[in-house]
Design a protein around this ligand. Structure first.
Ligand SMILES: [Cu+2]
Length: 463
């Protein structure tokens, strides 16, 4: 795995002595070393250990936090800290996150596990971690001021709880939330059922959704923004930087999505329909499931859906709010469709020599245009497929279904090779005469005359 290791405290005698200051029950333990990842590339899943059995999750553009066993406790170490995150090639954001990246690593466990999570604060302000959706003792809920004192800069706190349920959860601060979530502090928390035959799938993907407001040319999100975000991200990545979801034909595929933006996202998948099988409240009973091709993920909620990858191809998966599939710079452009801008452009060029009118025929021209842009800025609509520019950004990726992949192969198989005769094609024959609307007769009597009896007994219409 592509881990670089930072010795936070280490396993030395000094660590043992220092650990007494950390917490009560953990005092005999040293702090596990904090594993740090600097790369935005998807890391291979962490296979089950210690006799446990489950299909491990794959975090889009992310990774799973290794743990160590200490007696019968699974011990993890999260470090809250400023990070640099490449949101797509060509743009790096200065965010806050955990263990080197935003979002933080996925924590993956099994129902019944006893977990001990060390949280070290390397931010310039205090923080806490709330374990969203997880049933635990009140004092472990991570709400600063309400259930615990804040974790001050430089301090390490310990969270200990037994996992009583399975499902799809997440973690995020419950301290100065507006700032800390606007800066990218969050991570996924997946709990597999104790019975390995329950809810089994062949591929299991997880990601969280973020919204950022980063001015073109800047790297730091504007934390006061309430609604007018300009970067819509999955795991702090935007298209074309988001990993494809690769599946072998016939696989049962699960996708777990959490929403920590400030608006809802209708997530839409092309190809086969799917079924929502789980929320952050638990598994949906089969009697309450229905087929869908879009599911709305509410603010502060999670949706897990499953499908059988029957149809080979490159199937789009995206938020269906069209402004969420474009990147920065997209929102201050005026609508000019149908407006001849020639004279306007000539006038403006006398003042601004480089002025270029945009959007006369629509915005698609921006998908292929190489426009001069400030450094560290992504084009508004971008990405190239095998047939041309895709005019997308933001919350967009591709489910790639292929025959005969290896079970653990998540690498991008490249563009889909369509069987001959199965791609929409240009009509090159005679288009024929233009269609015309049928002529209207000068006066046509209404087909039927009717009186409507009102509930009160009177008549509507003319009296
Ligand atoms: Cu959206």
């Amino acid at each position: 795995m592509n881990f670089s290791r930072r010795n936070f405290v280490g396993m030395s005698a000094a660590a043992l002595a220092g650990a007494t200051a950390v917490s009560g029950r953990a005092r005999a333990a040293s702090i596990p070393e904090a594993v740090i990842v600097k790369s935005p590339a998807m890391q291979p899943p962490v296979m089950p250990q210690d006799g446990q059995s489950y299909q491990p999750v794959v975090t889009l553009n992310g990774w799973t936090l290794p743990w160590r066993m200490n007696g019968d406790w699974k011990e993890f170490h999260l470090v809250a800290e400023p990070v640099k995150r490449e949101m797509a090639p060509g743009m790096v954001a200065k965010l806050w996150g955990y263990n080197g990246q935003s979002p933080g690593p996925t924590i993956e466990c099994v129902e019944g596990d006893k977990v001990r999570i060390f949280v070290t604060n390397k931010l310039p302000e205090h923080t806490t971690v709330h374990w969203h959706g997880i049933i635990l003792p009140n004092g472990m809920d991570g709400v600063g001021g309400l259930t615990q004192p804040h974790i001050k800069p430089g301090q390490t706190f310990v969270y200990e709880f037994v996992l009583k349920q399975s499902g799809t959860f997440m973690y995020h601060p419950h301290a100065d939330e507006m700032v800390q979530m606007a800066m990218g502090m969050m991570g996924s928390f997946v709990i597999h059922p104790r019975d390995p035959t329950l809810h089994r799938v062949d591929r299991d993907f997880v990601f969280l959704m973020q919204s950022y407001d980063i001015d073109p040319g800047a790297a730091m999100p504007k934390i006061m923004t309430m609604t007018d975000f300009n970067l819509w991200a999955w795991n702090s990545r935007v298209f074309p930087g988001i990993d494809p979801l690769v599946a072998r034909r016939g696989d049962r595929v699960r996708v777990r999505v959490g929403n920590l933006t400030m608006t809802n996202h209708p997530i839409h998948k092309h190809g086969e329909p799917f079924t929502v099988t789980c929320t952050d409240g638990g598994w949906v009973p089969p009697s309450a499931q229905r087929p869908d091709v879009t599911t709305d993920v509410p603010v502060g909620g999670m949706r897990t859906f499953e499908f059988i990858a029957d149809e080979p191809g490159d199937w789009a998966i995206h938020c269906h709010k069209s402004h969420h599939t474009m990147n920065a710079m997209g929102h201050d452009v005026k609508t000019f469709i149908g407006v001849n801008q020639k004279d306007l452009a000539r006038t403006i060029r006398t003042l601004v020599p480089d002025y270029m009118p945009m959007g006369e025929k629509g915005m698609a021209e921006m998908g292929e245009m190489e426009m001069p842009m400030p450094d560290n800025t992504l084009p508004m609509m971008t990405g190239f497929g095998q047939f041309g520019p895709m005019e997308m950004g933001g919350m967009f990726s591709v489910v790639k279904v292929r025959e005969g992949l290896a079970r653990d192969d998540y690498s991008d198989p490249g563009p889909y090779k369509n069987p001959e005769g199965t791609v929409a094609y240009l009509f090159e024959g005679d288009a024929g005469p233009a269609p015309r609307a049928p002529e209207q007769k000068a006066s046509q009597p209404p087909a039927v005359e009717f009186n409507v009896v009102k509930p009160g007994g009177g008549h509507s219409g003319k009296h």
